[in-house]
Design a protein around this ligand. Structure first.
Ligand code: ADP
Length: 615
């Protein structure tokens, strides 16, 4: 069923491309305009993977468009290279290689700084094309005489010359581009791209090497740009120097925003709007250069009223009419009884890594002399801390005691000023959060860190993928459904956090308590051997707390967990031992009974009103 729906997009694209030469002339489209739209559409497929899917806004795509275009055009016009298709592929490879090198630099920064670096890179390429490399690129004259392709099929040779004849070739390239792009966005890598767009911090924390994946998206976008740049030369029989201009990058961004980012077809639709408006306003209405004023107004209106562009707007309208995305209203709190009984869940296969019978004994985690200094402030000071396999440890302490900082150091989110951390016999001090998660140590956050644009299932898939595939794998063309154990792990986690009924609900539509449970689910889906929960009950209503405590009890079976919480009743009910932190130090450690009756703890919490904790 899913497969049929998947191929539906490919089939519809093919049908539309076949129908276009018959339908579009009736609407007044010239073949050259259609070809130009397709070249922009192909250019935009890669850019949408980078911007729409991975959330990286680059203003430097002209650099790769120009690189691919000029390499192909140079081979064909100056180097006597006979094969147009091969030249286009070489241009694409050159652009991808350039993208790799540029990506290594640009991706060292995020957000506006990344965008600014890409602007600078585009400018550098433009300068280089006109000056040091003008002997190769023709400078401001460009490279004239780019030939059109032909394809030798053995029994006959197909020549693609101009107009609708060349359209066949460009349309085929576009179709191939769509098929490849669809495979990529439906692959595990595509899923991780979306996770990076929504929450890079959490994508890293659940064990993905996001730098590697960002670089992958950057190279893919550069490859698409390079091939499209080559096609531009073929289409115009001339490689124009303005392919390298910053305007080209800007036009691509605007077309993608108009058509709808994160839709793959948005850039094509945006290009159609842009080029037809240009033709109509410039030629038919004789507005000349003022046509951009009208375009600017159209752009502002579209961005204001259709934030997800034309295709995004159509998809939203369709979803609204069919109610597809609405999986019911937020449920404030689902009774525990709706889920499988806790005992059943805990006994089900997966993903509890250690069942009581095969559980190793002894310490799983040891921290020695752990200290964290923020300037003059000592957030954690000389903490010695050991947790054994299978233990459920609670950590309490007043606000500012250093609990969250301690967790951040254990998961290597922040590095200690001094001291060491050993996890399963291995010194993990100074490692990064991704590698530590891959080793089996992760945490749920005090403030939810979810993938807000995805559904509950998609969230858990992201986390489960890291355990099943490792921190980086280029399975770009593999269907996500074909990963062994993924569906089981996700289903099991859904049951553990009691969200089975909300599987296809977008995160934005979840009630707060459900979001908290999903937050725990994300950590669980990585299948950790040590799970840290930072205030899992924070912000919950009393009823939600009772239910979540039950849930935590069921989750804790066969697992090693450390829980920070302010709700001491809940923590004393859950934990076997409790560590009390105060002013960055371990105040005392013991069983819940010992802690309740400890006068130092009562002093710390209640200013010496003895006996209140125990009451
Ligand atoms: P808790 O979780 O027990 O409330 P925290 O670990 O969040 O305590 O904070 C301990 C102390 O460290 C606080 O005084 C806090 O202001 C300080 N602190 C935490 N993170 C930082 C940071 N990134 N920079 C500076 N000070 C910090």
């Amino acid at each position: 069923m899913l497969k049929q729906r998947r191929y539906l997009i490919e089939i519809l694209t093919a049908a539309a491309l076949i129908a276009a030469p018959f339908v579009l002339p009736l609407l007044g489209f010239a073949p050259n305009t259609v070809n130009r739209i397709l070249v922009w559409g192909l250019f935009g497929l890669g850019f949408d993977i980078l911007f729409g899917f991975t959330g990286l806004l680059s203003f430097g795509q002209s650099a790769f468009y120009g690189t691919g275009g000029f390499v192909a055009a140079y081979l064909l016009t100056r180097a006597g290279f006979p094969n147009v298709i091969l030249a286009l592929i070489i241009g694409m490879i050159a652009a991808a290689a350039t993208g790799y090198l540029i990506g290594l630099i640009a991706l060292r920064r995020t957000g506006i700084y990344f965008a600014m670096i890409t602007v600078a890179i585009a400018e550098v390429f433009y300068f280089v094309e006109f000056n040091p490399l003008s002997d190769f690129t023709g400078g401001e004259n460009g490279l004239p005489g780019v030939p059109t392709p032909s394809l030798n099929l053995g029994f006959t040779t197909l020549h693609f010359t101009t107009g609708w004849s060349l359209y066949q070739f460009i349309a085929f390239c576009y179709f191939l581009g769509v098929v490849i792009a669809l495979r990529i966005v439906r692959s595990p890598v595509g899923a991780i791209f979306s996770a990076i767009r929504d929450n890079p911090l959490r994508a890293t924390a659940v064990g993905h090497n996001i730098h590697g994946y960002k670089l992958t998206a950057f190279v893919i976008a550069a490859a698409y740009a390079g091939f499209a740049g080559g096609l531009l030369g073929v289409l115009q029989a001339f490689m124009p120097p303005d392919a390298f201009m910053f305007d080209t990058s800007g036009q691509l961004v605007m077309q993608t925003a108009i058509g709808g980012r994160g839709t793959l077809f948005g850039p094509l639709v945006g290009a159609a709007v842009w080029l037809s408006l240009q033709d109509f306003l410039q030629a038919a209405l004789g507005l000349g250069a003022a046509w951009k004023l009208v375009l600017g107004i159209v752009f502002v209106l579209l961005v204001c009223f259709l934030r997800r562009g034309i295709i995004g707007g159509i998809v939203d309208l369709y979803s609204f009419l069919t109610g597809q995305r609405r999986a019911g209203k937020p449920v404030e709190s689902e009774p525990q009884s709706d889920a499988a009984p806790a005992s059943e869940i805990a006994a089900a296969p997966m993903p509890a890594p250690h069942r009581p019978d095969d559980r190793p004994s002894g310490p799983i985690l040891q921290a020695k002399g752990l200290t964290k200094r923020y300037g003059g402030l000592l957030a954690n000071s000389d903490i010695d801390f050991t947790v054994n396999h299978g233990e459920l440890r609670g950590i309490i302490g007043p606000n500012g005691a250093g609990k969250s900082t301690f967790f951040k150091m254990l998961t290597c989110e922040v590095h200690p000023t001094s001291g060491s951390i050993t996890f399963e016999g291995r010194d993990i001090t100074g490692m990064n959060v991704t590698d530590v998660c891959q080793l089996g140590l992760t945490k749920s956050y005090q403030v939810n860190q979810l993938f807000a644009g995805l559904t509950v299932r998609e969230n858990l898939v992201i986390a489960a993928l890291s355990g099943l595939r490792g921190k980086f794998k280029l399975d770009l063309f593999r269907s996500i459904d074909s990963i062994p154990g993924l569906a089981e792990r996700v289903e099991h986690t859904l049951a553990l956090v009691n969200l089975t009924r909300r599987t296809d609900t977008p995160v934005a539509e979840l009630a707060y308590g459900e979001k908290r449970r999903l937050e725990i689910g994300l950590a669980l889906a990585t299948s950790p051997s040590l799970l840290l929960l930072d205030e899992p009950l924070a912000g919950m209503s009393p009823r939600e707390r009772v239910e979540t405590v039950k849930l935590l009890k069921s989750i804790s079976r066969g697992r090693t967990m450390i829980i920070i919480d302010h709700d001491m009743d809940a923590l004393f009910e859950l934990a076997e031992r409790v560590t009390v932190l105060q002013e960055g130090r371990v105040l005392v450690e013991g069983t819940p009974e010992e802690i309740k009756n400890n006068s130092t703890v009562q002093e710390a919490y209640l200013g010496g009103v003895h006996g209140v904790l125990a009451a």
